[in-house]
Design a protein around this ligand. Structure first.
Ligand code: SAH
Length: 214
């Protein structure tokens, strides 16, 4: 996701430490303390402008959500939504998905979402895909035994690479959707990219993958 450079973005994040902690590593093992209620925490890695996390949080007040996003200029859009909504079950983590074990203690996170992750189609960039083994290792560490990753994309290549990478890692698939919007899946919450790409006629793939027992 590319946006105009917003030099004021970091200042804006600094103004709302109640939503975006300045030093997220300080909360490793203590994320529950940042929410009104102690309840399972689900995260989305690469939240973009935050439509998914905000709408999921509204639909599921019984879950705490953390949006993990690397780009300051994009994070600010999630923050603006949260300023308006002031949801007690949303936190924003400005950080890199490859460092998740620095932000979260083992099994601190109950479920991890990836939505429309950057495809990185070239083989030499395979390590940058959010479903490459480097990232999967991070996810496995912060999830409980048999933790799950739920992933959506319109990119067939990335979907195929991800099936391969997850399967090689030893994960198994609970369910795979080859055309989510034409399926009977209930309660789908659309992301910004999902709206954009499906309106162009692209089909949406989805999978639920489970880590092997330790
Ligand atoms: N999930 C949103 C945005 C998808 S674009 C949607 O579906 O609409 C992918 C997002 O992932 C971008 O905002 C990008 O900045 C973010 N991203 C890419 N690599 C990341 C990483 N290593 N850690 C955290 N976020 C990352």
């Amino acid at each position: 996701m590319r946006l105009r450079n917003k030099p004021w973005a970091q200042d804006k994040l600094n103004e709302y430490p109640q939503y975006v902690p300045a030093e997220p590593t300080e909360y490793k093992g203590k994320w529950q303390s940042r929410f009104e209620k102690e309840q399972p925490i689900h995260i989305e890695v690469g939240s973009g402008k935050g439509q998914f996390i905000i709408n999921m949080a509204k639909a599921h007040p019984e879950i705490n959500y953390i949006a993990v996003e690397i780009q300051t200029s994009v994070i600010v859009s999630i923050l603006e939504k949260q300023i308006e909504e002031a949801l007690p079950n949303v936190q924003i983590l400005h950080g890199d998905g490859s460092d998740l074990s620095e932000y979260f203690a083992p099994a601190e996170i109950s479920l991890l979402y990836l939505n429309f992750s950057d495809p990185w189609p070239k083989t030499r960039h395979a390590k940058r895909r959010l479903t490459s083994p480097i990232f999967l290792k991070q996810y496995e560490t912060i999830l409980p035994e048999n933790g799950e990753v739920h992933f959506k994309t319109d990119n067939q290549g990335l979907f195929e690479h991800s099936l391969e990478s997850m399967s090689e890692y030893g994960m198994y698939f609970k369910q795979v959707w080859l055309d989510l919007h034409k399926s009977d899946f209930e309660g789908n919450v659309m992301t910004e990219y999902e709206e954009k790409f499906s309106s162009r006629g692209n089909r949406i793939y989805r999978l639920e993958a489970v880590f092997p027992s330790k």
